[in-house]
Design a protein around this ligand. Structure first.
Ligand SMILES: Cc1ncc(COP(=O)(O)O)c(C=O)c1O
Length: 386
């Protein structure tokens, strides 16, 4: 018997990353394959976090259900972290909700705020999951181009009136996957004033909050009046190399958090209490492990970006994240270039089209490999003919 999924599931796009996985699995010579397509952190979780997990896993309180929104110590640690790092004051019990990774927030937020036909405005390119989460909620996605010409920051004034009238959420992601761009304080101030004027909820997906190369990235919640109009998603996946642990949170405007909590209580479960305790020590640490990680990625960025530039490639130098956004050579689009690279060098990269139509002529390379591997990448790419 073949079962047919609902109309809702039929209309959502296939997962871009699951499709990439299939392409990678299909590569014949797996032994020399280098996968730069996905952004799966390669470094281990810091030892002090793992040590806390071991201790916390033996505590009876963590063998039981934990509170829906998160354990008190975890919520307070998040609130203190934002106070210390960004000067943002939040009530730990009203302004914060924790869940199993920011991916949960990305799928929940459109469900909570959209009625059929409402819009989420985001950028083009953007993180591919935004598309599916909006479609699942019966909403529509409107994408604003981000290019070198606008410093990879969208022009909010260019949203057409008919879209603006039905826009409930402005979904941003800075530091930005895939372009590596960062937002400025002035841009976030503009966003908040724009959202105030048009009654829109501003959401910043801050997944790469700690992964910047020069200046500390700004949080949207630092902008004046932000707690009236914005929420921010954050995660332990990249900052603390905890992608497999599934821990993230959202914080900001209390009415928005209350609405997401109401939905979350029914749809998702809680994070294992010991993972919350371990994440808490990550937040309360002196952040030296995060600093080391930043230094590591900076070296890798310099190796790959420097190497590609020497080959004459058109590289967008990332200010943050662990991705490098590269323009395909004249005469090839990103997908064609991806095929050439794979066939000639056995390196898999992500075609930019997966992030939006504006990414058609680009490819995305990830820095989640040792420097020696990235040097090998440059060496192999130096021999490619196109
Ligand atoms: C922009 C962006 N947001 C969210 C996520 C999901 O992160 P998490 O592991 O917290 O679910 C990713 C993961 O790659 C990402 O790139």
């Amino acid at each position: 018997m073949e079962f047919t999924p609902s109309q809702k599931v039929r209309q959502i796009p296939k997962s871009f990353f699951a499709d990439l996985d299939k392409k990678i699995d299909a590569v014949e010579d797996q032994s020399t394959l280098i996968d730069l397509a996905k952004g799966n952190p390669d470094q281990p979780t810091p030892e002090f976090i793992i040590d806390e997990l071991k201790i916390a896993s033996e505590k009876l309180e963590n063998h039981r259900y934990t509170p829906f929104e998160g354990k008190t110590n975890f919520l307070k640690a998040i609130s203190n972290y934002y106070q210390k790092n960004y000067g943002v004051t939040t009530d730990p019990f009203k302004a914060i909700l924790t869940f199993n990774g920011s991916a949960i927030g990305i799928s929940a937020i459109p469900q909570v705020f959209l009625d059929p036909g409402d819009y989420v405005v985001t950028t083009d390119p953007c993180y591919p999951e935004y598309d599916a989460s909006v479609a699942l909620a019966g909403g529509k996605l409107y994408q604003l181009p981000i290019t070198e010409a606008n410093d990879y920051l969208p022009d909010l004034e260019s949203i057409p009136d008919e879209v603006l009238q039905k826009t409930k959420i402005l979904l941003l992601n800075y530091p930005n996957n895939p372009t590596g761009a960062e937002a400025t304080s002035q841009f976030f101030e503009k966003v908040i004033q724009f959202c105030k004027l048009h009654h829109i909820l501003a959401v910043n997906d801050f997944a790469y909050a700690a992964l910047s190369y020069d200046e500390k990235p700004v949080s949207i919640l630092e902008a004046p009046e932000a707690l009236d109009y914005a929420i921010e998603l954050n995660t332990f996946s990249k900052t603390h190399n905890m992608a497999g642990w599934r821990a993230g949170y959202v914080l900001g405007n209390e009415s928005a958090i209350a609405a997401i909590k109401k939905y979350h209580d029914h749809v998702y479960s809680t994070i294992f209490g010991a993972v919350q305790d371990a994440a808490t020590v990550g937040l309360e640490s002196d952040q030296s492990s995060v600093q080391q990680l930043r230094t590591l990625y900076r070296q890798r960025r310099d190796t790959l970006v420097g190497g590609l530039k020497q080959l004459g490639w058109n590289v967008v130098e990332p200010k943050g994240t662990f991705f490098v956004w590269v323009k395909a050579p004249e005469g090839l689009d990103g997908e064609q270039f991806t095929v050439q690279i794979l066939e000639q060098t056995n390196i898999v990269v992500a075609p930019g089209i997966g992030f939006g139509s504006n990414g058609r002529d680009y490819i995305r390379l990830s820095l989640t490999h040792d420097e020696s591997v990235l040097k090998e990448v440059v060496e192999r790419l130096s021999k490619i003919n196109y």
